[in-house]
Ligand binder design. Structure first.
Ligand code: FAD
Length: 557
């Protein structure tokens, strides 16, 4: 019933989109999970979708972003502590995601008999992570970093043996105490310095061997990091200059004798979005750390962590785009304008369908990438993982800000107000394209594959040709990419063109094979063929926009 006010009744305002199952109400997500081989976990994902989309969980997301983390440098008596205090809602979100295993599930096999990974571990995790980002995106940062740190730790067996038993359990323990006293731990990373983030070889932070030095040995680290997120992590993977060059270290918050390690947080960043997640500036005043890998091999050692975080950036961005779309469609289905539901106004139908196509493409490509991590021993999947990780990260994360802005506009003025989730989503989304390798850095990574691993490009191009089949538009897009590859002299300048062309071709080919014809045909007609355009709601006059929007609706299932 509408609520009585003194002067007017409140009507024609949609109910909030909450207590919605983020899995069962999302047809594109369900299709992607099945298509990429994780159908066996659909019930578990449906159970998590209920939790993540509950009104209580979404409210925790709001609270964690309104009550920001605070740096507490000293305790009451003036002793140095360097801790960060979070709102209880943040801890509750962390608990939800950790108990779902999002920080470690793909590594569960390490403690199981046979030590054989589940064939669907990454896709299954991606399904839940996609929903966790919708519940609240900021807390996903430590979740991602903990998961991504594991393959690096595995390179140093003694450290892995000490830390994995605390990382792998599906638990969360926020206590500020030595890892041995805790039931669970999380990990962060510190690479970026003031004078260089992308160019980590410019790092000036120094590491001196405490004894003989070398892989697994103890070092004393002095210097700084300009960004180090999730400062209450129990340990960090840190890059620093050892005598023989840039080296990767594990730096714990507490030393083996139980004292606090010499990490001094200077301040927390005042960020555009991602506000529930603390990001610190930190100095290391002779902090103790243990080398992972040999001196001088820092970048090669930490690269697996970076690759894993790039997958998560794409999956989370696709999830955030989905949440923006679901809110836009939900609003349009409930709001009447000029005697018609907004969703039935022809131009709104064009815009919503167009937004849905980007979400379909982003979701399809992110989950195909997750599958390539599951099958990394297979030559085709391994080539896909190498080439398509930077491409997927680039395309999905870069699309998100414009897409979320248009979705916000679908809600009119109410979309711009902080109480609606769209405003927070809009401030959140740019971060995924900036951190873990910004746009041009992704394009440069693709150039590196072309130069050093051309066979991976060949394998992916062959697979895409097969997927294109007889579709003339996909074939033309494939030929266009081939023509770029045949002009290596221009690739330095065409990096972004090539990346986008490959992303759209791959997304179109996946949708062609696995999505309803209405979706695949409209995606291909507008993204691979058709007139160039810069804004949404164009080129779909012959498409079945009703079918596309109905599939995107969170209310029709
Ligand atoms: C919210 C947030 C949290 C973060 N948390 C962490 C963290 O926990 N740990 C951590 O280590 N870092 C963290 N970062 C840092 C982040 O990873 C870096 O900011 C990022 O890698 C870019 O580095 P930079 O800021 O030094 O920019 P630069 O490296 O100076 O890059 C500036 C621009 O130049 C472009 N560019 C760089 N090289 C080239 C080139 N050769 N050709 C063309 N263009 C180029 C880049 O794409 C970018 O657009 C965080 C950043 C943010 C925003």
């Amino acid at each position: 019933m509408s609520e009585p006010f003194t002067t007017h009744e409140v009507f024609n305002q949609p109910p909030p989109l909450e207590d919605v199952n983020l899995f069962t109400s999302d047809v594109a997500l369900k299709n992607a999970v099945e298509r990429e081989g994780a159908g066996a976990v659909r019930e578990a994902l449906a159970a998590f979708g209920q939790v993540a989309g509950s009104a209580a969980a979404l409210e925790r997301g709001r609270l964690a972003n309104e009550h920001l983390p605070r740096l507490k440098s000293y305790d009451r008596q003036g002793r140095r502590r360097d801790t960060v205090e979070y709102h209880p809602a943040y801890h509750a979100l962390m608990r939800t995601s950790c108990e779902e295993g999002l920080h470690s599930s793909v590594w569960s096999h390490l403690v199981q008999s046979g030590r054989k990974p589940r064939p669907d571990a990454y896709v299954a995790r991606a399904g839940a992570f996609y929903m966790s980002a919708q519940m609240e995106a900021g807390h996903c940062c430590p979740i991602t970093m903990t998961n991504a740190a594991v393959p690096v730790l595995l390179q140093e067996p003694a450290l892995a043996e000490a830390w994995l038993p605390k990382i792998l359990p599906f638990r969360y323990d926020p206590t500020f105490a030595p890892a041995e006293e805790k039931t669970a731990v999380t990990l962060g990373m510190g690479m970026t310095e003031k004078q260089g983030g992308t160019d980590v070889r410019a790092n000036t932070t120094k590491a001196e061997p405490a004894g003989g030095g070398g892989a697994g040995a103890e070092y004393i680290v002095t210097g700084h990091k300009w960004f180090m997120s999730a400062p209450m992590s129990d340990a960090f993977l840190v890059l620093a200059q050892a005598p023989k060059g840039l080296t990767c270290f594990l730096m714990p918050r507490f030393l083996p004798d139980g004292s606090i390690n010499a990490l001094r947080f200077q301040r927390l960043k005042d960020k555009l979005g991602n506000r529930s997640n603390a990001s610190s500036e930190v100095e290391f005043h002779g902090a103790h750390a243990w080398a992972i890998g040999e001196e001088g091999r820092g970048v090669a050692t930490i690269i697996e962590m970076v690759t894993h975080t790039r997958l998560d950036c794409a999956v989370a961005s696709a999830g955030l785009m989905r949440f923006a779309l679901a809110n836009a469609v939900h609003h349009a289905e409930h709001r009447t304008v000029f005697q018609k539901k907004l969703v039935d106004q022809p131009l709104m139908g064009q815009v919503l369908a167009d937004l849905a196509l980007d979400v379909e493409g982003a979701t399809a490509l992110s989950f195909r990438l997750a599958r390539s991590f599951d099958r990394a021993t297979d030559e085709q999947a391994s080539a896909w993982r190498r080439l398509m990780t930077p491409i997927t990260k680039y395309w999905v994360c870069k699309m998100a800000p414009a897409m979320v802005a248009e979705a916000m506009e679908c809600l009119g003025g109410g979309g711009y107000v902080e109480e609606a989730p769209l405003a927070r989503l809009y401030r959140e989304v740019p971060v995924n394209s900036i951190w873990e390798g910004s746009g041009s850095v992704m394009a440069l990574d693709v150039m590196r594959v072309l130069q050093r691993e051309p066979e991976a490009v060949e394998v992916v191009m062959e697979e895409l040709a097969e997927m294109a089949g007889e579709d003339s538009r996909l074939r033309a897009a494939h030929e266009r990419v081939q023509s770029f590859l045949q002009e290596p002299a221009l690739l330095d300048l065409r990096g972004r063109t090539l990346v986008e062309a490959l992303a759209v071709l791959a997304a179109g080919a996946i949708l062609k094979a696995g999505a309803p014809a209405a979706v695949a045909d409209a995606f291909i007609a507008t993204r691979l063929a058709g007139a160039p355009r810069q804004t949404y709601g164009q080129g779909l006059e012959r498409a079945d926009t009703r079918a596309i929007v109905a599939r995107a609706s969170p209310n029709h299932v």
